[in-house]
Design a protein around this ligand. Structure first.
Ligand code: NAG
Ligand code: CA
Length: 223
């Protein structure tokens, strides 16, 4: 019995390793509005998070609000959420609280977005196309709960579900990376220029994901 369990866990580790895909130069296309199409990202996150940086590229011609990155945990649906309120306005939720920052933005153009948060100061940063937005602060001293469901394309109002079509993403998303540290300005600029290095939570070049519904992988033809 123990031997069987051992083989099952070896096989699981093996399959998880194989499930990692290099999506360099590719995007997830969310081609229609729905309350179901999404991508589930699998991250190995077992410890509470005190610091993180999240970066991605997004191209959408939506003018209504939408979710860019939805991280929920048991009983905490807005544990970590990157949300676009409207053209030129981004929000970050941590532990259910929210900060918003504004930027001059053309529309519709692709954007490279990074956001970071540091528990010890509560400082949240946004970077859009390598430009820093005004720093804000929230949830000083908090730790982001681990064991998340991470979903791209929909906004979770429950652990892994309860999507709302009016918050769904329609467009293309690529180059998604997440680190368990706050990146410096130089590091953010390297990521923006396409040299992210190794990302230890989520790495677009070794991504473990599941496509659900109408989501298509295509080459990225913009930057
Ligand atoms: C988070 O960042 C602070 C510095 O801002 C550092 O002191 C602390 O050790 C970091 N925590 C972890 C778990 O890396
Ligand atoms: Ca929510």
């Amino acid at each position: 019995m123990d031997k069987i369990l051992l083989w099952v866990s070896v096989l699981t580790i093996f399959l998880e390793a194989f499930a990692q895909t290099d999506l360099n130069e590719k995007v997830f296309v969310f081609p229609r509005e729905s309350a179901s199409d999404h991508v589930s990202l699998i991250a190995n996150l077992k410890e509470p998070l005190q610091n993180f940086t999240l970066c991605l590229r997004a191209y959408s011609d939506l003018t209504r609000p939408y979710s860019l990155f939805s991280y929920s945990t048991q009983g905490k649906d807005n544990e970590l959420l990157l949300y676009k309120e409207k053209v030129g306005e981004y929000s970050l939720y941590i532990g259910g609280s929210r900060v918003t920052a504004k930027v001059m933005e053309k529309f519709p153009v692709p954007a490279h977005i990074c956001t970071s948060w540091e528990s010890s100061s509560g400082i949240a940063e946004f970077w859009v196309n390598g430009q820093p937005l005004v720093k804000k602060g929230l949830k000083k001293g908090y730790s982001v709960t681990p064991q998340p469901k991470i979903i791209i394309g929909q906004e979770q109002d429950a652990y892994g579900g309860k999507f709302d079509q009016s918050q769904a993403f329609v467009g293309e998303i690529g180059d998604l990376y997440m680190w368990n540290s706050v990146l410096s300005q130089d590091e953010i600029l390297s990521v923006y220029e396409g040299s992210p290095g190794l990302a230890n939570i989520l790495d677009w070049q070794a991504l473990n994901y599941e496509l659900k519904g109408y989501v298509i992988i295509k080459p990225r033809v913009w930057d």
